[in-house]
Design a protein. Structure first.
Length: 428
């Protein structure tokens, strides 16, 4: 095929073009692979600007951008879907919570018989006591979770750092951390009022960023400390410390967070407790902000569609310009023995090579960009940033790009195939 192409160049009475190294390498690889002559010509047309400066670079850039945008959008969308389906990522790693229903004796049932049964049940893997309290952090009012692990690790989600253990450890949501000017590893001033209303100030160390969903004012807001730390800050050492601590404990509206062991036994045990205490049981609430964002905000998808249209337009422009400016070459190839099907196939190969180049560069770049964008979004939203790459979706994008490229090549291929070599050579 290469001698035939060079012969066509010489017969067209144009200056002989020396192919670039990329085109030569691609041609050699294609030749060794045993590809037909139309494939070799299509590869050269896809990578060579030629004497008339065909818009090869623009088409390649447009295809890369389109593929990258589609892959990035796919990663972002898959990560958002995974987040909404994974309560442990948005601050609700428990499967059920039990709390007083406001009726007399309700709180005593939750922290009495129910809690005792959960402690003894081997099918229940994790139990954590929590209470929503109000504190002041660096002058800002903050709704805080005071928690105590009863069985297993605390049922809390952390973006980074660790769960509070000591009486001077505190975790903050990302929004609260920005509002209070705090940073991980630094200290904050926590002010808590005792049962009599007198404020007490203590210094706490920020040991991480927490993901909190319900009860603390929204995603990214709130704080977490141990129950003992909250009581210690409220009741400093003194003659009234014991009475103060007893009063605080009795006044806490404690919530029991539960997670069952994996398997049928755990599911059955959890269902049994929910059925026995229906008035006190509740499931984790989905974050409304994230659900609404996934349903109503289509900016990533719109951007991907816009870039895809741009990529398709640049590819179609390249094919049309290439066919128009290489009419004489097409005529010479026909004079050398090419049939219409081979001329059309060369145009389709040209489109396929441009699409493959965009996929090879754009797909990895898009996946990497999607991971970075999702991490920034999730962290700013106050949820655990877990990026998800769906292989089936990426394969679908690749197949779709190749199909669209060949579909766009249909009209230019038809125009090239219907050209009449005698008329073209006589005009030239």
């Amino acid at each position: 095929a290469w001698p035939a192409i060079r012969q066509a160049r010489l017969l067209s009475d144009r200056p002989q073009w020396e192919p670039a190294s990329v085109t030569v390498a691609a041609g050699r690889v294609a030749a060794r692979a045993g590809l037909p002559a139309p494939a070799l010509i299509g590869i050269r047309h896809a990578l060579e600007r030629g004497r008339d400066r065909h818009p090869v670079g623009t088409a390649l850039l447009g295809t890369v951008m389109a593929v990258a945008a589609l892959c990035a959008t796919g990663v972002f969308g898959a990560s958002l879907t995974h987040l909404i389906a994974s309560p442990e990522l948005y601050g609700a790693p428990y499967q059920a919570q039990f709390s007083g229903n406001g009726e007399p004796g309700g709180q005593q049932v939750v922290t009495g018989p129910l809690l005792d049964s959960l402690r003894r049940d081997p099918a229940i893997e994790q139990v954590t006591l929590g209470a929503y309290v109000e504190v002041n952090v660096n002058g800002k009012h903050v709704l805080t979770v005071a928690m105590t692990p009863v069985r297993g690790p605390a049922l809390l989600s952390a973006l980074d750092g660790r769960v509070p253990r000591g009486d001077r450890d505190i975790m903050l949501g990302v929004a609260t951390m920005r509002a209070t000017g705090a940073r991980v590893g630094g200290t904050v001033r926590v002010t808590v009022a005792d049962p009599g209303g007198a404020p007490h100030v203590a210094s706490f160390r920020v040991i991480g960023r927490a993901s909190l969903n319900a009860g603390t004012g929204g995603l990214g807001k709130g704080a977490v400390m141990t129950t003992s730390a909250f009581i210690s800050a409220q009741c400093p050492p003194g003659a009234k410390q014991t009475a103060c601590q007893r009063s605080v404990r009795d006044g806490l509206a404690t919530v029991v967070l539960v997670r069952a062991a994996d398997g049928d036994a755990g599911d059955a045990a959890l269902a049994r407790y929910i059925g026995k205490y229906p008035d006190f049981a509740a499931e984790p609430a989905k974050p409304t902000a994230l659900v609404n964002f996934g349903e109503s905000v289509n900016f990533p998808l719109l951007l991907a569609v816009a870039l895809s249209v741009f990529g398709a337009a640049t590819l179609l422009h390249l094919l049309l310009v290439s066919v128009a400016r290489r009419r004489v070459e097409a005529g010479l190839l026909k004079a050398l023995g090419f049939v219409r099907r081979q001329v059309a196939a060369a145009v389709c190969w040209q489109a396929t090579v441009v699409a493959l180049a965009g996929i090879v560069v754009g797909a990895p770049a898009g996946i990497a960009a999607g991971r970075v964008l999702w991490r920034v979004f999730a962290t700013n939203f106050g949820v655990v940033p877990v990026a998800v790459v769906e292989p089936v979706l990426i394969v679908g994008v690749v197949a779709g790009v190749l199909a669209v490229a060949n579909l766009l090549a249909a009209v230019p291929a038809l125009l090239a195939a219907r050209s009449r070599p005698a008329q073209l050579l006589r005009t030239e």
